[in-house]
Design a protein. Sequence first.
Length: 440
Amino acid sequence: MALSGIQIYKLLPQTNCKECGFPTCLAFAMKLAAKQVELSSCPYVSEESKSQLAESSAPPVRLVSLKSDGYEVKAGNEVVLFRHEKTFYNKPGLFVKVTDDLDEGQIKAALVPAEAYQVNYVGIELSVDGFAVESVSGSPEAFAKAVQAVRSVSKRPLILLASDPAVAAAGLSALSGETALLCAADATNWEAMADLAKEHKAALAVRGATLDELADLTEKIKTKGVEDLVLDPQAGGLSGELSQDVLIRRLALKKNFRPLGFPTIRFPHSIPAAAQAVAKYAGFVVLDSFAPELVYPLLVLRQNIYTDPQKPIQVQPGLYEINNPNAESPVLVTTNFSITYFSVANEVESSGLPAWLLVTDAEGMSVLTAWAAGKFDSERIAKAVKSLNIGDKVSKKRIVLPGHVAVLSGELEAELPEWEIRVGPREAVDIPKFYKQALG
Ligand code: SF4
């Protein structure tokens, strides 16, 4: 049962020491009741109070982890409906499906490209998270063989799709020392599936036509000692899935409704359905097949949604060499916001023109934002130039400022009197033209 802010307050030290970042214990208690802070932010809670608060501070959506050979896919543990309220924590795992009517060669041919797929997006390596094996043959032997074939290609976590407990048992027995997701228990098989999940330490997906049915099943399965559950709600169409997923998240977060406090799994058959599942609020997304042109936008969408809005994606500040610069090459300046860095670096690199790229520490903000926040100014740029000894690397001392901060040129001249300060274009796409016309 969730505790109110006042009930939580009575269990806190009530010293108003402010170490949690709030002016009073009551303010902290209110935030804790709203699931917007974590209990660990207060270092002075007694052990007795901690245990009483455990239920209240437990994440409303249970964390479920699939593990195998060093890989881990986590889902759940979310505390907000909208990313801007705090952040989303665990990206939905993207899984690619194969069926057990394929022979070993066909399974390998289908999965090898997906296993090898890796793409760099603003300095972050993105890839699929795992694979799903579906029983369509109904044969335990065929299912076990298919699971083994997948394992010969990849060590990533698996989802086993088999509703017949005998088939599911064969698939689980083909694995060892890992936590897979077994999918799915329903009203007809839940006892046998729960026993299997417990025996093999697997997470268990629960399938129900309605939210009432799902809630009823999760409560029953928990009595069998299986806690790592995933919801597989059966709604038809995009709008049906959307309203179910939103209802589940709202009930878990706003009503602390524990029977639906689990991550969900979705099986989209179209790109819009996959994008919707990533955005709202799937924990696991199983794709029918692998295609880079489908997976890449999903990975990028996911990355953007699951980036902490208070922690922009950053690159390491420093001096970057592009196209083997020499002592005559200009020094371009930008900030360490990833997208800004890659926009500039990609334009210069693809132009083939050599340059030094000075990336200043602007706390991950873009040029204009950083300038407005006082994180990108002449003093910081000059300090970076000096601390990195850039003057020793070039004979022709030319610095190019982004056009958006032309206003800094006078101050930078005063800070770096030996340097020629140039104002470049506002947009990265115009850098090559500027380089050829003004610096070449
Ligand atoms: S850190 Fe703990 S004791 Fe201090 S103000 Fe916050 S809640 Fe109260």
